[in-house]
Design a protein around this ligand. Structure first.
Ligand code: AMP
Length: 279
């Protein structure tokens, strides 16, 4: 496995990939867990070569968010990638990745008005910019993203379509603990007690899904169920409970088109997100 530290390392590695070989790309911020490993496994199986990027992207963190605190266990990430059979890890320095005078950004208009976009201004602009730049460098045939971050995945899929990028977007199901808690690099911030309480996100989504499958088609009612169930876990703060269309990511009233039930909740200082796609 090769460790690529600079843009020129990556360009050289990519140029040496023989024509006709497919490249699968898995962008991450590191602190790898079984959710990332599922994406990596898929990337490896479905392509001749798999590249993982590990880069905590400063552009997608707000001024009061956890950029400096974000976990960066590079040695164990490297080992996990090695054991998973990854061909190359791209781990650039922020100083080289973005020049001091970087001024170009990519935005998918309208798709960040709700959900995380509403509470994290500029976040998805940062995500789109880093991913577009990574796509240009890696030139993958397929790119793998988790449905855990559903707004990110759908925004990036739209970016790929709108800009006619020549790659396939693969969205992978959320990997969970046995309790139902979605795996996240931020779960390490949770105390044992907070972790137990946070299972309420999965419980609430499961309850609302059961009602929907039983015939409930009123979005406000399902949102009420979600909120009430989350409130039983004594959350520090509910950031949002939303039901939005999959096509436009805007709130829907009746559930006649494919939709996402999505929640974001603080336990202590840690903000957790989860969602179900339906039907
Ligand atoms: P991150 O390192 O948090 O930026 O995540 C890198 C990729 O892994 C993103 O596409 C995430 O959606 C995905 N991911 C994170 N957690 C999970 C999970 N529990 N299940 C599946 N994919 C995940």
């Amino acid at each position: 496995m090769q460790i690529l530290r600079t843009l020129s390392d990556l360009r050289q590695w990519r140029a040496a990939v023989p024509a006709g070989r497919t490249v699968g790309f898995i962008p991450t911020m590191g602190a790898l867990h079984a959710g990332h490993m599922e994406l990596i496994e898929r990337g490896r199986k479905e392509n001749d070569l798999a590249v993982v990027s590990i880069f905590v992207n400063p552009l997608q963190f707000g001024p009061t968010e956890d950029f400096t605190l974000y976990p960066r266990p590079f040695e164990s990430d490297r080992e996990l990638c090695e054991r998973a059979g990854v061909d190359a890890v791209f781990a650039p320095e922020a100083g080289e990745f973005y020049a001091k005078d970087h001024a170009t950004y990519c935005e998918v208009e309208g798709f960040d008005r709700f959900l995380c976009g509403a509470s994290r201004p500029g976040h998805f602009r940062g995500v789109c910019t880093v991913v577009l730049k990574l796509f240009n460098l890696v030139q993958p045939h397929r790119a793998y993203f988790g449905k855990k971050d559903i707004q990110q995945a759908l925004i990036l899929r739209k970016m790929v379509t709108d800009l006619s990028l020549n790659l396939e977007m693969i969205l992978v199901d959320t990997v969970r603990e046995a309790s139902g808690l979605a795996l996240s690099s931020r779960n390490v911030y949770l105390s044992e007690g907070e972790k137990d309480r946070a299972v309420a996100l999965f419980r609430a989504l499961s309850k609302a899904r059961a009602l929907y499958l039983d015939g409930e088609k009123n979005a406000e009612k399902l949102k009420g169920i979600l909120k009430a169930e989350i409130e039983t876990s004594d959350p520090t703060r509910i950031d949002y409970v939303e039901i939005v269309s999959q096509a436009r990511l805007d709130p829907v009233l009746s559930l006649e088109e494919p939709f996402v039930m999505a929640v974001a909740v603080f336990y202590g200082k840690t903000r957790l997100i989860d969602n179900f796609l339906l039907p």
